[in-house]
Design a protein around this ligand. Structure first.
Ligand SMILES: [Zn+2]
Length: 191
């Protein structure tokens, strides 16, 4: 039981699910991988199971996470990609030694090496970020409309008009806030 830790937000894009392990960056930030063990949990949920993780590896993971966040944010607003963020993403990608394998069911799995599986997993995440930021995938990077969040997310909606990184949290909060604002603005209304 590790109920004291905040839940993970699960998305279907690995790189932005990873940046979502820190949320509310512009409000009361919520760190969802506060310990090496929580990173191990997150990796397992995302098909990158490792046996253990050190504090130094957690630091590497967080450095990669914030670099992806910075680069994806720049890409979303069509700014130049910051060199320091690129260096971290490219280093992690270059140092990963994971191999993609195909299962009999036709699914892709990642085989991590035995020497440094956490670094291999980070390499997979970095490569995913590169493919998203490079615009190779069907979708568009955008920033969450919530002012306390501003997370970069990958919009795969047909109209490319998604506003929130996560419908269940940011989207829902915004809807509730609007509902209460409307009630205040029209106290006499019957709905
Ligand atoms: Zn958000």
């Amino acid at each position: 039981m590790r109920a004291e830790f905040p839940d993970f937000r699960l998305g279907n894009v690995l790189a932005t699910s990873f940046t979502g392990t820190l949320s509310e960056r512009h409000g009361n930030a919520v760190e969802r991988i506060p310990t090496p063990h929580r990173l191990v949990d997150w990796l397992a949920v995302n098909g990158l199971a490792v046996a253990s993780c050190t504090t130094a590896q957690l630091d590497l993971a967080r450095e990669l996470r914030e670099s992806i966040h910075v680069a994806a944010t720049a890409a979303a607003v069509q700014d130049a990609l910051p060199a320091s963020a690129l260096r971290v993403i490219n280093d992690r990608s270059a140092q990963g030694r994971a191999a993609a394998v195909l299962t009999p069911e036709g699914e892709r799995r990642w085989l991590l090496g035995s020497a440094s599986p956490v670094e291999d997993a980070l390499g997979v995440i970095a490569a995913d970020a590169i493919s998203v930021i490079a615009g190779e995938r069907d979708g568009k990077l955008a920033l969450c409309a919530s002012p306390t969040c501003r997370a970069a997310f990958f919009d795969t909606s047909r109209s490319r008009t998604r506003k929130w990184c996560d419908m269940n949290t940011c989207g829902n909060r915004q809807k509730k806030a609007r509902f209460h604002a409307n009630r205040r603005a029209a106290p006499g209304s019957a709905d």
